[in-house]
Structures are given as structure tokens and as C-alpha cells.
Design a protein around this ligand. Sequence first.
Ligand SMILES: Cc1cc2nc3c(=O)[nH]c(=O)nc-3n(C[C@H](O)[C@H](O)[C@H](O)COP(=O)(O)OP(=O)(O)OC[C@H]3O[C@@H](n4cnc5c(N)ncnc54)[C@H](O)[C@@H]3O)c2cc1C
Length: 397
Amino acid sequence: MQYDYLIIGGGIIGLSAAWQLQQRYPDSRILVLEKEPQLATHQSGHNSGVIHAGLYYHPQSLKARFCQEGALAMRDFCQLQSIPYQQTGKLLVATDQLEYQRMQALYARCAENQVAVKWLTIAELNQHEPNISGLGAICIPNTGMVDYKLVSQHMARCFQSMGGEIRLNSHVMAIEESSKEIRLQTAQDEFHGKQLIVCAGLMADRMVEMIGLNADFQILPFRGEYYRLPNELNDLIQHQIYPIPDPELPFLGVHLTRTIDGGITVGPNAVLGLHREGYKKFSFSGKDTSQILSFPGFWRLLSQNLKPGLNEIKNSFYKPAYLKLVQKYCPQLQLGNLLPHPAGIRAQAVLNDGTLVHDFLFKQTARSLHVCNAPSPAATSSIPIGAYICDKLQAPV
Ligand SMILES: Cc1cc2nc3c(=O)[nH]c(=O)nc-3n(C[C@H](O)[C@H](O)[C@H](O)COP(=O)(O)OP(=O)(O)OC[C@H]3O[C@@H](n4cnc5c(N)ncnc54)[C@H](O)[C@@H]3O)c2cc1C
């Protein structure tokens, strides 16, 4: 049988695209192939669970546009599906003069991006969050929290309820595109379709190569290591608490995140991983590591970011150094408060010349569309990203 659309990847992006395509074209035959035994096993199931408001991003970027639209769409979807979510608000706290200047720039960016924001003096910061200290903060009320794994599962159910098909344990090993069709090969089966959407997250670059497209980028896996606070500290903060990030880096810094189950996580950091899908601290893959080491973009990136890179390694292996990052704005936390919590791994596209790709990135062939870079805030943005993918494809004939 020939499908109208084949989709590789059962994370939040693949599922959002699948559900919206099925909604747009109810009679079309759509199949999602996921290599794991469960949906949302990788990034979509290992993240901070924050519904971002979209303040950080360049005003003309896809991230700025999709994040704002996505936050609204995510809340609507959660309401419609009775998925628990909460509007927590978020404070970005400056702890020194450099951060204070960067905070002023972020405040201005909020206006450019039309993101609601409130400037907080030290006294107001203390009033809002007595356990957080800094020189001041900006408050982004439009920030929330949700469980993105649960959101992904609901998207899958919506898709299946309209006739969509999902096959788990289906690892796509080969892709062939001809003028007539797309052919996918898994260990057990062969599938034929008219169009293909690839939402493979940490494997995005390998899929691009598999179809024979020029891969001018590589995915570098950046581990995001978390701790969680003991339950007796669940009332420590009322908002999500973020540091002021370095504008040159795509990561937001170690934050205190209130999660939808009532707890608080600390993290994530951003340390280069040696195994794309290895979540344990010392996970190692020969294939992944040799691919990193033979990638010229990695060495260029390293030479430009040696100091922050070494700091990340130190903070990863030396818990007191990790703690210091949080104590900058939450001084009462102690080593004993940092309890183990599973890590996540970000798929970050890096160009051959070492440039970190900040925005969402897509590539297309005649019959396929590849999501090449969909890091944070892609979970927040997943509904408009899915709609964008639908717009880029041809209607079934
Ligand atoms: C530590 C961390 C914190 C984050 N925090 C936030 C946050 O607070 N808010 C936010 O908006 N975003 C956040 N993000 C980003 C967000 O989680 C991701 O951008 C989003 O989940 C990406 O979804 P995806 O579907 O592209 O990728 P994934 O969820 O990784 O899904 C890709 C899927 O493709 C499958 N696949 C790969 N290769 C094949 C193959 N050959 N055959 C079949 N299947 C295949 C994989 O098994 C996987 O299930 C965070 C990410 C991380 C890692």
C-alpha cells in the first residue's frame, strides 16, 4: 500500500505534524515510524517542561514567531485535551553588572518581540521571591509549565482517532527518493509513500545524509544534566527562576524550574555528550564520538568556546561548582539539596564552519521535508511548527 505521507520520528514535532496533516486532509493515509518502543522517548520526554513566552529570540526569527504562537496554541490544546498545565510566570535574575546590562537588552527585546514584561527592582524581587537574590529581575508572566511527554501522547491519540497509523519499534535504516515515490526500509518492512517528513531530532543529520542531501551541518549532542530539590523545598519559589543567559550561546543557563508534578528541578547545564542517546553520565558511543571528532565544525566551535566548554565539564563532574551556579541567585541551597534527576540530550545543529544554528532549520527535496534543527523552544512551538510543515507539503492527489 502507498501512503500519502510517511513521517519518521514519534517525538512532539513528528506527532504535531501528523495530527495536523490528518486534520487538514482527513482522507489521506499517514504513517508515523518511531524506532523506540514508546513515543517521546528522547528530547520530547526529557526536558524542562517550560512553556516559553519567546523573549530571547531575534525578532525576525522563526523561533520568535513560533514560540509566541506556540505558547498560546499549547495552552488551548491543553485546555481542550484536559492536560494539566500552569501559568507560573518566570523571573530572569541579574546577579552582577554584566548580567544587569544583558538584562536591559533582554527587556528591550521583549518590547521588540511584543512579549509582556515587568521590570523588578531589588525590593520588588525580594517581595516576589524572598528566597532569590540579585540586583533586579524582569518578570515574564506569560510563562507556563506542562509535561510535554503527555502532550505528545495526546497529539498521537488525536492523530490515531482520525485514522492515522503509528508503528513503534520501527527503525528506518534506508531512505530512497525517486521521481515517483519515497521508499523506507526498516529491519522488518518496506514502506512506500508520496511524501516524507523527517523529524528525527538527534538523528536529523544522519537522515539528511541517508536521502543524499548535502549535509552542511552536524548534530552535536549537548547533555542537559539536572538535579531535583527535596520535596520539603517545593515552596522555595513561586515562578520559574532563570539566570541572564550569554547571548552568544543557545542555552538558557541552569535554572530552577517548577514542574507540573509539584517539584522543582535544577538545571540543565550544557555539556558535550559522547553518546547521542546515552543518558547515563559516562555513556559513550564509538560511532558518535568519532563522528564528533572528525567534524571540522566541532573543532572550530571548540576553539571559539574553549573556556565555557571547560567550565561546563567542570560543573558536570564537580557538584560544588554546579551548585555555585544556582547559589548565585538562590544562596540558601546546599549540596545535600541536589538530588539525582534524569538528564536530557539536546540536538543542536552546528554548521561546518563551527557556527551554532540558533534558529529552527528545515531542508526540502522534491518529496521530502527535513526538520534539521529544532532545539528549545521547539516543544513550546510544536503546534505552529507542525502547521508550517503542513503548509510546505503538497496536498495529496
Ligand atoms: C534538556 C532539555 C530541556 C529542554 N527544555 C525545553 C523547555 O523547557 N521548553 C521547550 O519548549 N523545549 C525544551 N526543550 C526542547 C524540546 O524538548 C525539543 O526541542 C523537542 O522535544 C524536539 O522534538 P523532536 O520531535 O524534534 O525530537 P525528539 O523528541 O528527539 O524526537 C525524535 C524522534 O525521532 C526518532 N528517530 C530518530 N531516528 C529515527 C529512525 N531512523 N527511525 C525511526 N525513528 C527515529 C527518535 O527515536 C525520537 O523519538 C528541551 C530539550 C532538552 C534536551
